[in-house]
Design a protein. Structure first.
Length: 248
């Protein structure tokens, strides 16, 4: 067994200097961050996926996996030197809505945290670490939240887009079998409800609402603009990916 090497004082000084240079990327007060950490990893740790998610590599950090409701081509978390979004990697597997998870850590991008994170990651964003039920030895799943969430309620609202403390089993079982299968596989089928679209493809980045006669229409645009879903009176009318229909 290899002995653990002690960290030298010089190494700690270098890391501390680097942390100071990184700056602080969170505006939430320290006591609010601590309260969220205690609550979300304590009494509210047990959660279920509200939407089906893709598991992909976590950019340059091989010890973790990214959990995202979006296709890798649509992930907008990290840019290259030319400002072009970086694809995190191919989908390794899909976790269907209703998968049981546990929040193990909530990590805010303080200067020290940013300095310790792998460079080739979205290291200036808040991370929520998740463990899949029944897989204690699997790499942690990381849900990346938007930066600059100043208030605890804003942070919770973001978490609740993807996770719920209530088991959605009854909601899923109420869906018609073809729709339920589509949700699990992150596919869309014509005439599925808006809620089922959200469970399959995740929350849209932009919603444009219009009226056409008595019909209430919504155009859902996903990150990057490549995917769009068109809802009419609460039902999916059509969906596009890079301009082409994705409905069977």
């Amino acid at each position: 067994m290899l002995a653990r090497r002690p960290v030298s004082s010089l190494s700690l000084l270098v890391l501390a200097a680097f942390a100071v240079g990184c700056g602080n990327y969170t505006r939430m007060a320290p006591d609010a961050r601590a309260s969220l950490q205690r609550t979300l990893t304590g009494p509210e740790a047990e959660q279920y996926l509200r939407v089906s998610g893709n598991v992909t590599p976590f950019f340059g950090d091989g010890s973790k996996r990214l959990l995202t409701p979006y296709a890798p081509d649509d992930v907008r978390l990290l840019d290259d030197s030319k400002g072009k979004p970086i694809n995190p990697g191919a989908v390794e597997r899909t976790l269907p809505a209703g998968t049981k998870l546990r929040i193990t850590k909530v990590e805010f991008p303080t200067a020290w945290v940013v300095a310790e994170r792998v460079l080739y990651t979205p290291r200036t964003w808040p991370w929520v670490y998740l463990a899949e039920d029944g897989k204690p030895d699997a790499p942690p799943l990381v849900l990346v939240l938007p930066p600059n969430l100043e208030q605890p309620n804003d942070f919770r609202a973001e978490v609740e887009k993807y996770l719920t403390p209530q088991n959605p089993k009854a909601q899923l079982e109420a869906l018609a079998p073809p729709v339920r299968d589509a949700v699990k596989e992150k596919r869309l089928v014509a005439n599925m409800s808006a809620d089922a679209v959200r469970m399959a493809w995740g929350p849209p980045e932009l919603v444009r609402r219009t009226l056409e006669g008595t019909a209430k229409n919504e155009e859902w645009t996903y990150p990057g603009g490549r995917r769009k879903a068109f809802i009419s009176d609460g039902r999916l009318a059509r969906a596009e990916e890079a301009g082409a229909s994705v409905l069977p």
